[in-house]
Design a protein around this ligand. Structure first.
Ligand code: ADP
Length: 329
C-alpha cells in the first residue's frame, strides 16, 4: 500500500513523534509513505517531502531524531481554498496522481472536518490522528500536544507566582484552547491557580471580584486567575479591566502566554501517545478501516468516526472544576 501523511492546522508538540511512528509502522509492514508538506495547502499543490528514496517517499531514516522535536518537519498550514468543492477535487486528484491509497491527517477539529469533506470526493481510506493542544476532540482521553502545552503553561505560571507572591499581586494568565476550557482547567489545577475562567462556565466579573475579596480575607498573598482565550469575559485583558472597576484588593497584571504553549519538546506522555496512535492508524488502515480517528481511551487504542470527534462540544470534567474551587480556600 501507499500511505500519505500530513500535518494540518495549529502545530502541536508530538506531531513529529506521530509522523515518525506512521513512517516506521508502515515501513516495518512493507508499505510506502508519502510525506505531504504544508497540510491541505501542500496537498492541493502536490508539495511532497523529498528524501533519499525520491520525491515524497519517507524512509525510516528520514524521521530519525524528530520524536523529541516540537512543531512538524512536514510544516503545517491553514488553507481556506481547500474547504471548497473545487479545492477538495484538486486535492483528491493530487492524491490519485501520487498513487496514494490511504491518508493520515494529523491535526485538530478543523483538519478532521476537512478530512470528512475530502472523503466525499476521494475513494481512498482516511484515518486521522488527533494533534492539537486544545484537547477538544471527543473519542480520546487526550490529544497529542495537550500534555506538553499544560506542562509549558504550568512552568510559566510557577515563575509568575514568585513575582505575584513577592509583590502581593493578582496575575491574570491567558492560555490558548480556542472555544474549549480543557487547557485552562488542567493548567489551573496543576499550577495551583485560585480561579479558572473557561468558556463552558459563565461567571460574571462581579462574582469573580467577590471571590477575590473572599480569598484576600483568607490571607492569600497572591492570586492567579487562568483565563481561557475563548472565555465569555473576552480574555485576560478585558477581565482585568472589569476587575479594576470592581474594587480589586490586589494590584493586577495580565500575561498572555500565546504561542509559547504550542512549541517545545513533547513530554514523555505525548511521545508515547503519538507513537501509539501513529502505529494504530497504520494498522487500522491495513485492516481496512476508514473515516475514523485513532484515539486512546482508558489505555486502549480505539477508532471513532471522524464526525463524532467534533460534532459535539467535549464537556469539561465537572469534578475538576469543583476540585479547583475546593483547593483554593
Ligand atoms: P485544526 O485542525 O488545528 O483545528 P484549522 O481549524 O485551522 O486547524 O483547520 C485546518 C484546515 O482544515 C483548514 O485550513 C481547512 O483547510 C480545513 N478545514 C477546516 N474546516 C473545514 C471544513 N468545514 N471543510 C473542509 N475543510 C476544512
Amino acid at each position: 500500500m501507499r500511505l500519505g501523511v500530513l500535518c494540518s492546522g495549529g502545530d502541536a508538540p508530538g506531531m513529529n513523534a506521530c509522523l515518525r511512528s506512521v513512517v516506521r509502522a508502515a515501513a516495518s509492514d512493507g508499505h510506502d509513505v508519502i510525506g505531504i508538506r504544508r497540510g491541505y495547502e501542500g496537498l492541493m499543490n502536490a508539495d511532497f517531502f523529498d528524501s533519499e528514496l525520491g520525491v515524497g517517499k519517507m524512509s525510516p531514516r528520514s524521521v530519525s531524531h524528530i520524536l523529541e522535536r516540537g512543531g512538524t518537519i512536514l510544516n503545517s498550514s491553514r488553507c481556506p481554498a481547500f474547504a471548497t468543492p473545487e479545492g477538495l477535487k484538486v486535492a483528491a486528484d493530487a492524491l490519485d496522481r501520487a498513487g496514494v491509497d490511504a491518508l493520515i491527517p494529523i491535526g485538530g477539529d478543523g483538519t478532521f472536518r476537512g478530512a470528512v469533506a475530502l472523503a466525499e470526493h476521494w475513494k481512498g481510506q482516511i484515518i486521522g490522528c488527533p494533534g492539537t493542544i486544545d484537547n477538544d476532540l471527543l473519542g480520546t482521553d487526550a490529544t497529542i500536544g495537550f500534555s506538553t502545552a499544560v506542562a509549558t503553561a504550568v512552568d510559566c505560571i510557577d515563575k509568575l507566582r514568585d513575582t505575584a507572591e513577592s509583590h502581593e499581586r493578582l496575575f491574570l494568565v491567558e492560555v490558548m484552547g480556542r472555544h474549549s476550557g480543557h487547557l485552562a482547567l488542567a493548567t489551573a489545577l496543576a499550577a495551583s491557580a485560585e480561579i479558572a475562567c473557561v468558556p463552558e462556565e459563565i461567571v460574571d466579573a462581579v462574582a469573580i471580584a467577590a471571590r477575590v475579596q473572599e480569598l484576600r480575607s483568607l490571607g492569600k498573598q497572591s492570586i492567579i486567575i487562568v483565563v481561557a482565550e475563548g472565555d465569555e469575559q473576552g480574555g485576560a485583558v478585558a477581565l482585568n479591566e472589569k476587575l479594576s472597576l470592581a474594587d480589586c484588593p490586589y494590584a493586577t497584571r495580565t500575561v498572555i502566554l500565546g504561542h509559547i504553549q504550542r512549541g517545545g519538546s513533547p513530554t514523555a506522555e505525548d511521545r508515547v501517545l503519538a507513537t501509539r496512535l501513529g502505529d494504530f492508524a497504520v494498522r487500522s488502515i491495513v485492516d481496512g478501516a476508514t473515516g475514523m480517528m485513532a484515539g486512546e481511551t482508558c489505555g486502549h487504542c480505539c477508532l471513532v468516526p471522524l464526525e463524532d470527534t467534533f460534532s459535539t462540544h467535549r464537556p469539561l470534567p465537572e469534578h475538576q472544576i469543583e476540585l479547583l474551587d475546593r483547593m483554593s480556600c
